[in-house]
Unconditional design. Structure first.
Ligand SMILES: [Zn+2]
Length: 214
C-alpha cells in the first residue's frame, strides 16, 4: 500500500473511499494487515498529507480507526471523542479535512459496549462529563422500543441507543455544516454511519445512513 499523494487522493471517489475502508477492515478481521514501513511513510508525508477519509470515532482504547481499518500514516483524519458526538470544533475539523485537505468520505463510527453510551443510558453526572453525555441523551430519549430496564445493564437497549446516536450524528453533521452538506449534495464527498464490534473487530456500515450525492 503506497503513501497517498495528491494525485492518488484526487482519483478516489466517495464510493471507492468506502470500499478502501471495507477492504482495510476485512484485512484487520482476517489478521492480514499490510506490512507498512511507517518510518518511510513519515518521511513521505513530511511535506504534506492527502488523507482520503475523515473518521469520527470514540476515544475507547479498542477502537483506533487506523488499526481497525488497517491504514497507515497520511491515510485518514482521525477525530476521536467519547461517544462519537459532534460539536462546533469537531465540525470545523471535518470541514478542514474535506474542504481544505481533500478527503472523500466522512465516517461516523460508533462501537459496541460503549462506555459513554452506557453513561448516557444511566443518566450519569460527573464533572465535565455531564455536558458531553447530554449530547447523547437525545438518542436515549429516541429509543422507544425498550419499555423495561432502560439502563446500561440491558445490552440490547445500549446497542439500540448507540445506533440511534450514530444516525443522529450523521444527520446533525448535514444540518450543522452547510459546507459539508453542499459537498455531499454535489457528490464531492460521501457520508456514512457504522458500528465497530469490539469483540470481532468487524465494522458494519448502515446503508440507511449512506449519502453519496446525486
Ligand atoms: Zn465508546
Amino acid at each position: 500500500m503506497k503513501t497517498l499523494t495528491k494525485e492518488m487522493q484526487a482519483a478516489i471517489t466517495p464510493s471507492l473511499a468506502l470500499e478502501l475502508l471495507k477492504e482495510g477492515n476485512q484485512r484487520f478481521v482476517s489478521n492480514l494487515k499490510i506490512n507498512r514501513n511507517l518510518l518511510q511513510q513519515a518521511n513521505e508525508t513530511s511535506e504534506g498529507q492527502h488523507p482520503f477519509a475523515v473518521i469520527l470515532s470514540c476515544i475507547d482504547s479498542r477502537t483506533s480507526a487506523e488499526l481497525i481499518f488497517d491504514q497507515g500514516l497520511g491515510d485518514v483524519f482521525s477525530v476521536r471523542i467519547a461517544g462519537n458526538i459532534i460539536n462546533e470544533d469537531i465540525l470545523g475539523s471535518m470541514e478542514f479535512g474535506c474542504k481544505v485537505a481533500g478527503s472523500k468520505i466522512i465516517v461516523v463510527l460508533g462501537h459496541t459496549k460503549c462506555g459513554a453510551v452506557k453513561g448516557a443510558c444511566d443518566h450519569v453526572e460527573m464533572g465535565n462529563l455531564t455536558a458531553l453525555l447530554t449530547k447523547i441523551r437525545p438518542a436515549v430519549d429516541d429509543e422507544t422500543e425498550t419499555k423495561e430496564n432502560r439502563n446500561s445493564g440491558n445490552p440490547e437497549f445500549v446497542e439500540n441507543v448507540s445506533k440511534i446516536n450514530i444516525k443522529r450524528t450523521v444527520k446533525s453533521i448535514m444540518e450543522r455544516s452547510p459546507i459539508l452538506k453542499e459537498m455531499i449534495e454535489k457528490g464531492e464527498i460521501g457520508i456514512v454511519g457504522g458500528s465497530h464490534d469490539i469483540a470481532s473487530g468487524e465494522v458494519t456500515f448502515y446503508p440507511e445512513t449512506m449519502i453519496f450525492g446525486s
